[in-house]
Design a protein around this ligand. Structure first.
Ligand SMILES: [Zn+2]
Length: 119
């Protein structure tokens, strides 16, 4: 990385971190001035080694949108393939916890204990 790129990276890193923090626990987002809800995917900022959340379909990606791409819990409405895929395949951590409990294959009955560790 050139000195100039490093300077740019250093200047943008806090904004990238802030953008990532805002999307913690959110997997859908909206670009400014748009009602369309997109899936969210971490995206590399070319040449800078930074990653920021952006629309899965890569529409509207630009440094100017890092702080403007807003997290939402509304349903995905974008019809581009990557966002349709995101809507059909939500990340595991966004699945309703009660549904997850129903899906678990939990051993039942007495005698089910954790295996001893160590020797
Ligand atoms: Zn989209």
């Amino acid at each position: 990385m050139t000195g100039r790129a490093q300077q740019l990276r250093d200047a943008l890193a806090p904004e990238a971190d802030n953008a990532s923090a805002r999307f913690a626990g959110h997997h859908r987002g909206r670009l400014p001035g748009s009602a369309t809800v997109h899936g969210v995917q971490m995206q590399a900022v070319q040449g800078l080694g930074l990653h920021v959340p952006g629309p899965s379909c890569h529409v509207g990606i630009g440094i100017e949108h890092w702080t403007a791409f807003e997290p939402t819990d509304d349903p995905i409405t974008c019809q581009r393939a990557a966002c349709v895929h995101a809507a059909r395949n939500p990340p595991k951590d966004s699945v309703d916890v009660h549904q997850m409990l129903l899906d678990l294959d939990v051993p039942q009955g007495p005698g089910q204990q954790e295996a001893p560790t160590g020797t």
